[in-house]
Design a protein around this ligand. Structure first.
Ligand SMILES: [Zn+2]
Length: 317
């Protein structure tokens, strides 16, 4: 089936309120090279993943200084942004009703960033492109916040398959673990201890450094020495046998545990944590998936080596 037909079919399936301009949008920008290959997502989760993926592509294009190609990635984000509200409205999207308005707004705003990032990209303006990109990343974080809770086998017996409720893996019988999806105060995915008293957040920097932060229910930071953590990292969806240990060190201020993932393991990647909360109970395990490095909006560790210095993102307006 041609991509154009797929797109029209998708818009028919998605109902009458999809703007018809969507189907016609394929044409008109040939001067920027081929439009990006993509299939219209059918679920909220896939829609958010598509936007995350395209933002990651834009990040790489900026690093490779290929700004003329930003256009086709941003165009996909525009299309998905325009329908993400409808995907959130679907009965099993997992998005709470009261959040639909917020999701719709973030989606529309994301779509509306197309002109700005296209213009900046076409004029070779790296700083301008990055500025719009960061605004888009923030909007994408809003969408990620409403992703429903998901559970998966820690051994990934069924690949990327997830369940909306805890239970047992049908293949190996292990208890399903929550896959962290929501954001913590440092912009990384956040999961909770069984008693919900301690939030555990992981961030991933562009140079593959992972940091683990703890917080209480009110997002107030907790000292990172309250827990003992074992970490393994590998390609997302790879069997656990291919995951490699990551040694974590407590930083001087005890605000986080930090370690380096082998440079050969690029996102999308999964970090598996076994966390001993030192409460006499059994250690809990968590899987953190990273489609891309986390936005470094709250990065507190600028003393890190100084390379990539111009790419840090602290200086938001
Ligand atoms: Zn299993």
């Amino acid at each position: 089936m041609s991509r154009r037909i797929t797109l029209i079919l998708a818009s028919l399936l998605l109902g009458p309120s999809v703007p018809m301009a969507l189907a016609q949008h394929d044409h008109g920008h040939e001067e920027h090279g081929k439009p990006a290959e993509f299939k219209m997502p059918a679920t909220y989760k896939d829609g958010v993943a598509e936007i995350q993926h395209r933002l990651h592509e834009i990040e790489e294009l900026m690093e490779a200084k290929k700004l003329d190609q930003v256009h086709s990635q941003a165009e996909v984000i525009q299309k998905v942004g325009n329908i993400i509200g409808q995907l959130a409205l679907k009965p099993n999207s997992g998005v709470p009703k009261e959040a639909i308005k917020d999701v719709n707004k973030a989606g529309r705003e994301l779509a509306a960033k197309f002109d700005a990032i296209d213009k900046a990209g076409d004029s070779g303006d790296l700083a301008g492109t990055r500025k719009v990109y960061e605004e888009m990343t923030k909007l994408c974080d809003t969408l990620e916040n409403y992703l429903p809770k998901e559970y998966a086998c820690p051994m990934r017996c069924e690949g990327d398959k997830t369940y909306p409720q805890p239970g047992k893996c049908p293949k190996c019988g292990m208890a399903l673990k929550e896959v962290a999806a929501k954001r913590g105060p440092h912009g990384g995915p956040l999961a909770w201890s069984a008693d919900h008293k301690c939030g555990i957040e992981a961030t991933l920097s562009k140079d593959n450094e992972v940091r683990i932060y703890l917080c209480d229910e009110k997002s107030k930071p907790l000292s990172a020495d309250r827990v003992a953590v074992q970490a393994h990292a590998g390609k997302k969806g790879a069997p656990e046998s291919e995951h490699r240990p990551v040694s974590l060190m407590l930083d001087g201020s005890k605000s986080s545990l930090a370690g380096k993932i082998a440079a050969t393991v690029k996102p999308p990647l999964t970090i598996m944590l076994v966390v001993d909360f030192k409460d006499g109970k059994k250690a809990q395990s968590f899987n953190f998936d990273f489609e891309r490095p986390t936005a470094a909006a709250h990065e507190e560790h600028k003393q890190d080596k100084g390379h990539h210095g111009d790419e840090h993102k602290e200086h938001r307006p």
